[in-house]
Write a protein that binds this ligand. Structure first.
Ligand code: F1P
Length: 346
């Protein structure tokens, strides 16, 4: 008898191992990474990917701006392919960072090919398949094979590439102590997986909740987008993601006593972000929060905010998984989806 979601569950639970490999791979390229960054010190950074890996691009760009300070932004590969002129400033030299679990997604390959043909600058590839066509195109490639998955919706893969990108950025920016601290993440991840099981299960299985709003700001906005996508892909649930302060400007009109507003809280701007959650609670919405401390689910990692954002993923991936199973769906094979989108592009 097939167990629904067997691959998805195993991939979520095993992900700290993939995080560890991401750190080892990044460590092994320490010198190369520092030289690459120094040789391209005048360049802005353009991150790209599709779906989950576009959202990872948003996280990565915010990280570079926060940790290194240079210009960085994330765009969908489809937009970079179709409308390059609207996606980045051609007059300025760029590094393109292409992120892809498979390394075979058509829009991402096309965007990289056009960027290289135009001679815009070097390409860094972050992937879970070091033998993929995209990996072969990279001037520098970070490959984390432990992140590979059988299921369609990204969980372990996304998190492993996030750890790799975070580690790359810390080393590139000369924040070697910050990078060293990242080696505590796998153990913190295992603890968070354990403590979050009850809340993830009760929230996921709670059919009194019919709409989910994920709020995140700064480097956490891209994570809010990603977990929003997990809820859609795995459990076919209506969900949306917003910057915290944006939610009051219209979208909060949607909250009811059957909605769940889930806050990915920072430490630095906790008071402003918690105030949004308090406001939604006063409007009658169900509210749940995750943070390093002071939330419904606390990581208590002791790690700096810039390197611990991956800890938001396991609880919310599990929540989407439990909701899919409770609805009798198979998160390993989401409706209408395939693991890779391959198109005939001109
Ligand atoms: C990206 C992708 C996403 C989708 C899902 C499966 O593939 O297809 O677009 O949201 O997460 O992965 P890749 O380029 O990362 O292999």
């Amino acid at each position: 008898m097939v167990t629904l979601g067997a691959h998805t569950y195993e991939e979520i639970i095993s992900q700290p191992r993939a995080w560890k490999q991401a750190l080892e791979v990044t460590e092994s390229l320490r010198g190369v990474i520092k030289n690459f960054w120094m040789d391209n010190s005048e360049k802005q950074v353009l991150f790209t990917g599709c779906g989950s890996t576009y959202y990872l691009s948003l996280v990565a760009a915010a990280l570079v701006r926060e940790i290194d300070g240079r210009g960085a932004y994330g765009v969908p590969a489809g937009e970079l392919f179709l409308y390059p002129a609207t996606t980045y400033d051609h007059l300025k030299p760029h590094i393109l960072v292409a992120i892809s679990r498979s390394g075979t997604t058509s829009e991402t390959l096309a965007a990289v090919k056009h960027f290289q043909q135009a001679g815009r600058g070097p390409v860094l590839v972050v992937t879970n398949d070091g033998e993929s066509p995209l990996a072969k195109r990279g001037d520098l490639t970070l490959a984390v094979p432990e992140g590979q998955e059988k299921s369609v919706a990204q969980t372990r893969s996304f998190a492993s590439m996030l750890v790799a990108v975070t580690g790359f950025t810390a080393l590139a920016a000369g924040k070697d102590d910050l990078f060293q601290d990242m080696f505590k993440l796998p153990e913190s991840g295992s603890k968070v997986l354990e403590v979050s099981q009850p809340l993830a299960k009760s929230l996921g299985e709670n059919f009194d909740l019919d709409s989910f709003y994920f709020l995140g700001s700064g480097i956490r906005y891209g994570l809010a987008c990603e977990v929003n996508l997990k809820m859609k892909e795995m459990s076919l649930t209506h969900s949306e993601s917003f910057y915290f302060m944006e939610f009051r400007h219209g979208p909060m009109s949607m909250v009811t006593d059957t909605s769940a507003v889930i806050g990915l809280l920072s430490t630095t701007q906790y008071q402003y972000e918690q105030a949004v959650l308090d406001h939604m609670k006063a409007l009658g919405s169900n509210v749940f929060s995750l943070a390093e401390s002071g939330a419904d689910l606390n990581f208590s990692s002791g790690l700096a905010e810039a390197i611990r954002s991956v800890l938001f993923l396991p609880p919310l991936q599990l929540m989407a998984y439990y909701r899919a199973i409770a609805k009798g769906l198979d998160p390993d094979k989401p409706k209408n989806l395939s693991a890779v989108v391959e198109l005939e592009l001109g």
